[in-house]
Design a protein around this ligand. Sequence first.
Ligand SMILES: CC(C)(COP(=O)(O)OP(=O)(O)OC[C@H]1O[C@@H](n2cnc3c(N)ncnc32)[C@H](O)[C@@H]1OP(=O)(O)O)[C@@H](O)C(=O)NCCC(=O)NCCS
Length: 226
Amino acid sequence: MAHFPNTFAEELMPLPEDLGEVGNAALERIRAVNFDVKAGLTIDAASQMVAYSKDEAVREYCPNDAQSRFSSLASTQSWLKKHGGRGVLLMTKQVSASTELVAEAGWEGLTSDDPEGEVTFAVRAYELARGKRLTEDFSRVVIAASAVLYGVDSKRQLALETWRSNIAAGKIYGRIGFEETHDVLDKRETLKPTAQQPDGAHVWKEKDGKLYRRDERVHMRFVGES
Ligand SMILES: CC(C)(COP(=O)(O)OP(=O)(O)OC[C@H]1O[C@@H](n2cnc3c(N)ncnc32)[C@H](O)[C@@H]1OP(=O)(O)O)[C@@H](O)C(=O)NCCC(=O)NCCS
């Protein structure tokens, strides 16, 4: 039975000692390059996520972060309550005695109110960590810690959705044990003003003044690492 926190945390919590073989090894590699992973979402960390959600790479693939999910502290507080709660894990860097920066955020939460139902997984690498090949290990830690802390039965419950054109995300999810189940042809808003995207897709403007492109929603389920 999966149960998640549904309010801001007073402070970020250290992870449990034992995250299993995959989780322990991933956390060790993250700590070796002077980042750490903590559980919970404080108001300070949420304020950072509100600011980072305006970042171009996040807006390109996850426009809901800036438009609704993390548009303000109030919207983040409502999001934390979605379908009973969201289990947030943060990769952080302590840059001074009083300042801990959020480098990546990952979360799991139910997609309906059924604690036995499907659990969604999501990850964001912010500027401090993006492109450093830390997201694979951070995602492994999010999955391992969510199983221990929130009772997620990952192989039975865990699933995600990504865009086909998000090459980096697709590679990471494949490597950490997600398998594609199906895709759905769709369009998504894009910030890239060129007529053609890097993968050849064309961009068009709609009546709302926004740019769109063809893309596929890719659905994946967690089967574990082989
Ligand atoms: C997508 C995201 C999670 C990837 O994390 P990351 O830490 O930047 O990626 P990594 O450094 O681990 O790179 C993973 C792989 O993707 C490749 N890659 C990275 N950026 C890429 C890009 N823009 N285009 C193509 N490949 C890319 C890397 O070369 C690496 O491949 P390799 O290991 O085979 O050489 C991160 O960029 C991000 O948070 N973006 C914004 C939000 C988002 O898209 N979240 C996921 C929603 S589903």
